[in-house]
Design a protein around this ligand. Structure first.
Ligand SMILES: Cc1cc2nc3c(=O)[nH]c(=O)nc-3n(C[C@H](O)[C@H](O)[C@H](O)COP(=O)(O)O)c2cc1C
Length: 206
């Protein structure tokens, strides 16, 4: 860390992260993505099992396969919510367009094959929760690494609805569960800050 950065500078920088959803039509160099992934792997994680797996969606075929896998589950969820066929089609098209248009898209997965299993199902379930928390920490670290590179990004939850279906559609191991997709790129404009709750309202000192 540069000696000139004070703790105040770092807090201000951390607080300046925003989700970016609109991007310039400029590609993200592979070396930049590589550096970000490396930084993501330094996230804290349960038992140091490092259950995260990263899938760079480079080809439009790969993005199409993911869009289709997510679309089937998403359509079923929207149908259950009572949306009309036309509304469902419009939402699916919007969701697929966001995926296709993102300058970089990165599917975050969780590899269940590295997790411990126990006779007690609750304990096994606990390991899965811990792995999800670990993958989420890597995702958060990726978004901060993106910011360090002058990129913007947003975590999109749609793959979670198709967590078992999405990876096989991309030829990935069946033990990989999709957790989310990050859309990344050089931001078009400054995203508006979203309000935060006052710490005093959400904190108890006991
Ligand atoms: C687990 C998770 C799921 C999210 N899912 C979506 C999503 O599906 N679509 C979207 O536009 N933003 C999504 N977001 C981004 C949040 O909306 C955003 O982080 C939140 O509104 C706070 O805004 P900020 O990131 O600009 O501070 C998600 C963020 C997280 C951490």
């Amino acid at each position: 860390m540069a000696a000139s950065l004070t703790p105040q500078d770092l807090h201000a920088w951390l607080r300046s992260r925003r989700s970016a959803r609109r991007f310039l039509p400029q590609l993200v160099p592979a070396a930049v993505l590589q550096r970000m992934l490396e930084t993501a792997t330094y996230a804290p994680n349960a038992h140091n099992r490092q259950p995260w797996r990263f899938v760079i969606l480079e080809s439009s075929e790969g993005r199409q396969q993911l869009a289709e896998a997510m679309g089937q589950e998403f359509a079923a969820a929207l149908h259950a919510e009572g949306l009309s066929a036309a509304e469902i089609e419009a939402q699916l098209a919007r969701s697929a367009a966001r995926l296709h248009d993102a300058p970089a898209a990165l599917l975050l997965c969780l590899d269940t094959s590295v997790l411990d299993t126990y006779a007690d199902p609750a304990r096994t379930q606990g390991e899965l929760y811990m792995a999800m928390q670990s993958v989420a920490l890597a995702g958060g670290q990726l978004l901060l690494a993106a910011q360090a590179e002058g990129l913007g990004g947003v975590w999109v939850c749609a793959p979670l609805l198709a967590q078992a279906a999405a990876p096989p559609a991309l030829g990935l191991p069946a033990s990989w569960l999709a957790q989310g997709v990050l859309y990344l790129g050089y931001p078009a404009g400054e995203p508006l800050p979203r309000p935060r709750q006052a710490v005093d309202e959400i904190t108890r000192w006991v």
